[in-house]
Design a protein around this ligand. Sequence first.
Ligand SMILES: [Fe+2]
Length: 384
Amino acid sequence: MNVPLRKCLIPEFILGDGAINLASRYVNFFNPKKVLVVTDKGLRETKLVSKIEKQFTENKVPYCIFDHVSPNPRDHEVMEGAQMYRKENCNVILAIGGGSAMDAAKGIGIVSTNFNAIERFEGVDKIADPMPPLVCIPTTAGTSADISQFAIILNSSEKTKMAIISKTVVPDTSLIDAETTLTMNAELTAATGIDAMVHAFEAYASSASSAITDMNALEAIRLIKKYLPLTLKSPDNLKYRNKMMLASLLAGIAFSNASLGLVHAMAHALGGLKDAAHGICNAILLDHVVDFNYDAVPNKYIEIAKAMDLNLIHTSTERGKALLVETIQEFKYACGIREGLNQIGIHDADIPHLAKKAFNDACIVTNPRDAEIADIQNIFRNAR
Ligand SMILES: [Fe+2]
C-alpha cells in the first residue's frame, strides 16, 4: 500500500477543567518581561479576563491589555496591537477569546517580529521569522485558532479576508477549558459549533487528508452531530460543553494539517464583503458545496454520512448525495440556522466579485473537486 507523505503539527495543549488557572504558569515558561494580553472589549467585561489579571497580579507577571479587536479582526487593529507590543516592551502574547482575538494575536506576533504590514504575509508560508511565544485560551468551541496553522485577518481597504497559513502561526500552548464557553449565547454557540463541523467535513474530504486527520475529523463530526443540539438545549451543561470543546480540538487537528476546501474559500469572500459571522457563512454554504463535491469523493461522503448516523451503503450515488444534503440541512435547522445568502445582505450583483475572490483563496487548493469561477457562481446562486 502506498502511503503519501504528510506532515502533521499539533502544539502543546492542556485540556480540562481549570486549564484557565494555569495561565501564569505557562507564560512564565517564556520568561516574560511583559505579556501582551489580546482580547476583545466584550470579553474584557467578563470574569474570564479578570481571572487572568488576578493570576498575573498574584504571581507578579507584568502585563498590559489590548482589547481593540472586532469580530473579523481588521488589519489596522493588528498594526495597532503590534505598536502597543513594541511600546510596552512585551516579549510574550496571551490571547483569550474566540477566533477573532486569537487571529489578531497571531497577526500582532507576525508583525512584531517581521516588521512589515500584515497584508505582506497573506498566503502559504510567507513568514520569515517566528512569532513571539503565544499562549491561547479559547472561549468558543469552533475556530481552533488556538492550535491551527491559520490566521484570518480582514483587509479593510479591499474588503477581503486574508488567509495567512504557516507553521509559524501555531501557538506554543493552548489552555482549553470548557467553562470559558459558558459565556456564549445560543447564536454564537451554534455558529462556532457549525464552523467546527465544517472544519471536520472539509479536512476529511480534503485532497491533503491523511490517516491522522481522518480519524480526528470523523470523531469530531460524531461528537458535534450529537452534542451541539444538546448544548443548545442545555447551555449550562458543562459535560456537553466539554464534548464540544473536544470536538473543536479534534476538528482543528484535522483541518490545521489537511487544510480546508471550497466552503471556507467562499465563506472568506462573504465575510470580507459583508462582515458576516464566519460560522453562519459556512453553515449557509455547506450543503451546497457537498452537493457540488459529492461525486468526486463519494466514499468519503459515505463515511461522513455514517458519522452523522446516516447509512448510505447500498444506496446509489445520486440518492446518497440527496440524503446527505438533506441531513445537513436538517442539522442546520435543528441548530437554529435558517439563513440563506439573501438574509446576510448578498445580492446577485455581488456574486461575480465573490466568486473571483473565492477562486483565489488559499483554501480552495485542497478542495476534492476542481471548481471554476462559473461553478462557484452557481453555488453562490443556489445558496441565496
Ligand atoms: Fe472556520
